[in-house]
Design a protein around this ligand. Sequence first.
Ligand code: NAP
Ligand code: GLV
Ligand code: GLV
Length: 333
Amino acid sequence: MTVTNIQTRRMNVYVTRQIPEPGISMLKAHFGVDVRQAKTPISKPELLEHVGDVDGLLCLLTDPVDAEVIAAGNNLVCISNYAVGFNNIDVRAATERNILVTNTPGVLTDTTADFAFALLLAAARRIVEADAFARASKFNGWDPMLMLGQDVHGKTLGIVGFGKIGQALARRARGFDMRILYYSRTKASDEDEAALAATFTPLERIFAESDFISLHVPLTEQTRHLISHDQLRMMKPTAILVNTSRGPVVDEQALAEALRDGTIAAAGLDVFEDEPEVNPLLASLPNVVLAPHIASASHRTRSLMAKIAAENLIDALAGRRPRFPVNPEALTE
Ligand code: NAP
Ligand code: GLV
Ligand code: GLV
């Protein structure tokens, strides 16, 4: 019997930020692990400094893993993103060097859709404004005219990007008896459309007919500023826009002006064009609910994301196909 020990060197991974357990323990069982302890996103110079001699990188959606960073990763086998979105990574540059990129789809779908619906309800029923009002001791008694908002039940919801999260939002909207229109790059199957009671609709009609519009596309060159002045002008003055996708899908200045001028009624935003900056005009308006990119932030989901991100890296560094490759073509020799 021949025993071959192909792994002579212990592999090393760099983790750009503390992530929930069990992620770090899982990695430590296999690799030398360096976890960056700072509580702010890593800068590009710091990434360049650390990527040079590691076999694996576990990074966040805040981390600019561009072509230069990837080129500096001399031993890099896999970049495991702790997110489903991967617009922070130059996937093409990684593929050119046969470096695998992985992400964490699926486990965060329902948690993110819950939050999109929470933003929709909060913006429609003015919950954040009402909370501030009640805390400020301004509640002087029940008032027939106090804080009137928009009904959600029975209204039309336009979903842009009908993938996992967009479809999960549709399931929630059915419980509110909403009419569901959707637009996506690929039309859903007849069975999925029937099960979700959702109708494939051109974008212009979604803008014109929807009471609520919720964005669930990835950020790509095709979706950058998908919503700008022209699209906002097509919407109803009572329309409410929800964005839990990526900030740059919306022209934020155009949105802020539309909210200020009454072009549309309100918005609920989890993501911003230049995170962590929030457009000052947006932040000054009462008719927008703001959240600091927390749509997937439940204890359970963030822990599951950590597990999957660690598993992806462990599999890739062992030469196995990970569960969630973004660029499986990088696997072919
Ligand atoms: P997904 O299952 O891949 O769904 C994305 C959908 O968008 C797909 O149906 C895709 O079409 C469609 N699409 C892509 N490009 C398009 C275009 N140019 N025009 C119209 N539709 C287009 O992804 P997901 O898991 O639902 O996640 C969606 C996005 O949400 C992620 O990329 C991420 O940026 C964001 N996100 C944010 C948070 C948060 O914390 N706020 C949490 C999770 C996810 P195909 O079917 O043709 O590919
Ligand atoms: C969060 O924004 C994600 O893409 O997972
Ligand atoms: C409101 O509280 C009502 O009873 O109608």
